[in-house]
Design a protein around this ligand. Structure first.
Ligand code: KG4
Ligand code: ZN
Length: 351
């Protein structure tokens, strides 16, 4: 089954062709980050307009790079949510139109589930069933959650952020440090050679009475808004000055800020890893090498296997969407043609 996937949930315009859920024949991503960087974050109206302008060419390129014509496709898969409503709508409209025009089945996919599945797109990755049950950490600009996976479609949310996502914390911190957007790669670059112990930023522990979600463990939840505020106060009380030492100071501040985010993620993973033999990690923040390093130490200590998505499948992409549909997940049939953009779609709500 050759599936064309379409992903427009945030600020990446992406299309890909994947065979039988595993073989990625093409994976085309256009990142809009240059358009949003003057604003220090994603501007929904700009994102949606850019998707409208670029999506047709990105889709054509994905089909062409797979060595395909339209007739070689067997189905169209698209992200329905969660994400920005106006961005999701562009992908959905394109997918519905193409499916109708080509007479192909349509499949609607959950974006968080696609991030979990992205770990298994690598040709070196084991089959999903062979590592179940496992814990998945999804860390991106919009989402931060820990999920127990007993099988594809069988998920239990263990914990999630109660405010900002980890990627958002990187983006906001980078903004305060004057490092530009997107913040994750900028903070990682700036922190090279810096001292991660320079400032002891908060690691966002949650008081159980502050978690409003039922069935999640406060010990496995995240909070990043206090971290960002504490960087703001630190900079107010210790302004960055010009001078010999300023570059080193910036590197140490960036390294300390990154360390706080990474430690928060790693300590929650430690708590979540009970009764499983594997931790799977996906999402844009999974590109962070300090996070990879510390998760690798943790999983070695715990005797648990670590699977991290390949770099090209970490940030938003459509291979994870087509891949997931290719293993039969998502909403198919008449229900798919009725699908609407679902900005707050929960992991367990679909398929
Ligand atoms: O998965 P993604 O492309 O989009 C969402 O689904 O949100 O993730 C984007 C996020 C951004 O917040 C970006 O700053 C972060 O991933 N990111 C990183 C790194 N590269 C991207 N965060 C930390 N370190 C990185 N190297
Ligand atoms: Zn994402």
């Amino acid at each position: 089954m050759n599936i064309l996937g379409i992903e427009t949930s945030c600020d990446e315009t992406a299309a890909a062709v994947v065979r039988d859920g595993r073989m990625v024949l093409s994976n085309v991503v256009f990142s809009q980050s240059d358009l949003h960087s003057p604003y220090g974050g994603v501007v929904p109206e700009i994102a949606a307009r850019s998707h409208v302008e670029t999506l047709p060419a990105i889709i054509e390129s994905a089909v062409e790079k797979a060595g395909f014509t339209w007739q070689d496709l067997d189905a169209i898969a698209v992200t329905c949510g969660p994400g920005l409503a106006t961005s999701l709508l562009v992908g959905l409209a394109a997918a519905k139109g193409l499916a109708l025009r080509l007479g192909l089945p349509l499949c609607g996919v959950n974006h968080i589930e696609a991030h979990i599945y992205s770990v298994f797109l690598s040709s070196a990755a084991p089959p999903v069933e062979s590592v179940c049950p496992f814990v998945a950490l999804v860390v991106s600009g919009g989402h931060t959650c820990l999920v127990r996976v007993d099988g594809l479609g069988s998920y239990r949310l263990l914990g999630q952020t109660v405010d900002d996502a980890a990627g958002e914390a990187f983006d906001k911190g980078a903004n305060l440090l004057g490092l530009g957007y997107p913040g994750g790669p900028a903070v990682e670059r700036a922190s090279r050679g810096g001292d991660p112990q320079y400032v002891d930023f908060p690691r966002g522990r949650q008081r159980p009475d502050r978690i409003r979600l039922s069935n999640v463990d406060a010990e496995v939840c995240f909070s990043f808004s206090g971290l960002k505020t504490s960087l703001r106060y630190y900079l107010r009380d210790h302004p960055m000055a010009e001078g010999e030492d300023s570059a080193r100071r910036l590197a140490s501040l960036a390294a300390s800020y990154q360390e706080a985010i990474v430690d928060a993620l790693v300590s929650r993973c430690d708590k979540a890893l009970t009764g499983v033999g594997c931790l799977a990690v996906g999402g844009g923040v999974a590109l962070n090498s300090r996070l990879r390093e510390k998760l690798s130490c943790l999983t070695q200590q715990r005797g648990v296997r670590l699977l991290v998505a390949e770099p090209r499948y970490c940030a938003d992409n459509a291979a994870m969407v087509a891949g997931l549909a290719g293993v039969g997940r998502g909403v198919w049939g008449d229900a798919a043609s009725e699908l609407d953009a679902q900005p707050n779609l929960a992991l367990t709500e679909m398929g």
